[in-house]
Design a binder for this molecule. Structure first.
Ligand code: DAT
Ligand code: MG
Length: 149
C-alpha cells in the first residue's frame, strides 16, 4: 500500500482553494488518513526540499513554502503516487493539462499550489516528516468496495 504526502501550498490557502482542491482528490476516491493545517518552518522546508538544495530556485522555494500556513494531507492506498501526480498535473502550470489542479488553477511554477510525493519511497519519507504515527488514522471506509474492484 503506497503513501503520498500532499501539501496545499500557501497560495492555495490564501486564495481560498483548500476546499476546491481537496474536493477533487476526495471525489477521485482517494482516502485521506491524516490532515492538518500548519506553518512550515525553515528547518522542515529544508528537509522536505533537500533534493533541490543548490538549485537557483531553492531560496525562493523556501520563502514561498514558509510564507503562510499550508494544509498537509497524508493519503494511503493502491497506486496513490501516480494517481495523485496525474491529478495534480505538470510542475509548470503552463505545461499542465486542463482538468488537472495546476492546469486549472495555476499560471507560474513558483505558485503551483500543491505538492505531491513523486515515488513510493519519497511518499513514506515525506509522510513521516510531516505526521507523527498517532496522527495517521487507518480507518475502514464503507465506500471502498464501490471504489476498488
Ligand atoms: P513537483 O512539485 O512537480 O514535484 P519538483 O519536485 O521538480 O516539482 O520541484 C519542487 C518545486 O520546486 C516545484 O513544485 C516548484 C519548484 N520548482 C521546480 N522547478 C522549478 C524551476 N525550474 N523554476 C522555479 N521553481 C521550480
Ligand atoms: Mg517533487
Amino acid at each position: 500500500m503506497e503513501q503520498s504526502l500532499i501539501i496545499l501550498k500557501p497560495d492555495a490557502v490564501q486564495r481560498g482553494l483548500i476546499g476546491a482542491i481537496l474536493s477533487r482528490l476526495e471525489m477521485r476516491g482517494l482516502k485521506f488518513c491524516g490532515l492538518k493545517m500548519i506553518q512550515i518552518d525553515e528547518s522542515l522546508a529544508r528537509r522536505h526540499y533537500a533534493a533541490h538544495e543548490g538549485k537557483p530556485f531553492f531560496p525562493g522555494l523556501l520563502q514561498y513554502i514558509t510564507a503562510s500556513p499550508v494544509v498537509v494531507v497524508a493519503v494511503q492506498g493502491k497506486d496513490v503516487i501516480q494517481t495523485i501526480r496525474h491529478t495534480v498535473g505538470a510542475t509548470k502550470p503552463i505545461d499542465a493539462a486542463p482538468g488537472t489542479i495546476r492546469g486549472d488553477f495555476g499560471l507560474e511554477v513558483g505558485r503551483n499550489l500543491i505538492h505531491a510525493s513523486d515515488s513510493p519511497e519519497s511518499g513514506q519519507h515525506e509522510v513521516s516528516l510531516f505526521f507523527q504515527p498517532h496522527e495517521l488514522l487507518l480507518w475502514e471506509r464503507s465506500a471502498d468496495p464501490w471504489i476498488y474492484e
